[in-house]
Design a binder for this molecule. Structure first.
Ligand code: C5P
Length: 404
């Protein structure tokens, strides 16, 4: 993420301490981060904290009229930013945004900038649920500049249990990274995208199963990227992905365990999907017999009779309407291109993403990946160096978008 510039606007809420983690993570990735704090924010965290974490200046209202290179600070900062994150967004700053007010450095900088703005509000439940606050929240969402991470529910610092908890850094960070890549473009607005993720489990008895090392990270990155670009996303995920899906806001998540469950869920949602992407590592075989009771060790068969599992993506291909696009994955060792071409044709897919699982920093469980994308017209796109799974997800969405 070298060369990208993120401006972080911090409001006066206790969640400001979590924004330190966001700034630190972005700075470690090579993003240039500058910070603007309101006076109230400085009651919780000091500008020095952010300046130290980001290795860049952090500004408050006392700097407002200190020109930089002879130009007003809010103009300099507004023009400098690629993405502006406001977190925690207080009820007060939200109200100012809704009405276009500018009475401090932070709100002046919002008006002096044109980049995408990501809003992550945090406040007490009664404050969040006030009709006036909800009105302002609806109002800002009318403005395409503003991207939003609605607060979650939980135990708040004021001891209330309810809505108002700021989105976690694990939710904020991928959104910021997406906005840096897309400049906030909602090019998938109006599209329904169905995605599968994770490794399915095929049980021999209640405690033993055939599985695989898939963690679901690639499918989750695809769900995030598609959601950040405005799509309506449904994610069918196997148990290995269950921890990671907790960080997915705004995505309909359906938990399944076996390939049979996944097949049913995919078939249930397929007809509403414009695009379907099968990133899941689905079992190819299952134990021919599944005991409802735990088998004693002495009863375990010396060799396991296996039965085939239906190929979900190949079945979906037969149900596909002309306007729909269907994309598969192929996890491969050795030559990844030849088997992927064969699968693309045999499964009647529109495109396939073939990724090596025998290369460092790629494949199962890794946060990075590399791949070749192929489409049915012979178009190819190579990612030859490991990149983040989120970046690969955006590249795959671009590739699908360009299928004619
Ligand atoms: O044939 P192979 O398992 O390598 O193909 C991988 C692709 O097929 C992936 O998109 C995977 O999700 C899908 N698949 C499937 N049903 C299966 C096995 C794989 O949809 N039973």
């Amino acid at each position: 993420m070298q060369g990208y510039r993120v401006l972080v606007g911090v409001g006066g809420g206790i969640a400001a301490y979590k924004v330190c983690e966001v700034v630190s993570a972005l700075a470690k990735e090579g993003v240039e981060v500058r910070t603007v704090l309101t006076d109230a924010a400085q009651e919780f965290v000091t500008p020095l904290t952010f300046a130290t974490l980001s290795r860049h200046s952090a500004y408050g209202d006392r700097d407002f009229w200190q020109p930089v290179h002879g130009r007003p600070l809010h103009i300099e900062l507004g023009e400098w930013a690629d993405v502006f994150l406001l977190a925690p967004l207080t009820a007060n700053t939200l109200a100012k945004l809704a009405h276009g007010m500018a009475d401090n450095l932070l709100t002046n900088t919002v008006l002096a900038s044109t980049c995408p703005v990501l809003l992550a509000p945090a406040m007490n439940t009664d404050m969040w649920e006030q009709a006036a606050v909800q009105r302002n929240w609806q109002q800002v969402q009318q403005d395409p500049r503003y991207h939003t991470l609605a607060p979650g529910s939980g135990l708040l610092a004021c001891d209330r249990v309810g809505a108002g908890r700021m989105a976690e850094p694990a939710e904020i960070l991928p959104y910021v990274r997406s906005l840096l890549q897309t400049q906030g473009d909602r090019d998938l607005a109006g599209k329904s995208i169905l995605i599968s993720a994770g490794g399915t489990r095929e049980f021999l008895d209640p405690v033993r199963f055939i599985g695989n090392p898939s963690t679901g990270k690639m499918g989750i990155a695809l769900a995030q990227a598609a959601h950040h670009r405005g799509a309506k996303v449904t994610l069918v995920h196997a148990p290995t992905a269950i921890e990671a899906v907790r960080t997915l806001l705004g995505v309909q998540c359906i938990a399944v365990v076996t390939a049979a469950d996944m097949r049913q869920a995919m078939r249930d949602h397929f007809s509403h999907a414009d695009w379907t992407i099968m990133a899941a590592a689905v079992a190819d075989v299952k134990p021919a017999y599944c005991s409802p009771e735990k088998l004693p060790k002495s009863d375990l068969p010396a060799s396991l009779p296996l039965a085939p599992v239906p190929d979900i993506v190949a079945e979906l291909a037969k149900l596909k309407q002309p306007h729909q696009r269907l994309v598969g994955f192929a996890a491969q060792t050795g030559d990844i291109v030849t088997p992927a071409k064969e699968k693309l044709v045999r499964k009647q897919l529109d495109a396939i993403a073939a990724n090596p699982i025998d290369q460092p920093n790629s494949g199962f469980g890794s946060d990075t990946n590399q791949a070749v994308f192929l489409d049915r017209h012979g178009r190819q796109h190579f990612i030859n160096q490991p990149c983040s799974k989120l970046s690969m997800a955006h590249q795959l969405l671009d590739f699908i978008q360009a299928i004619v």
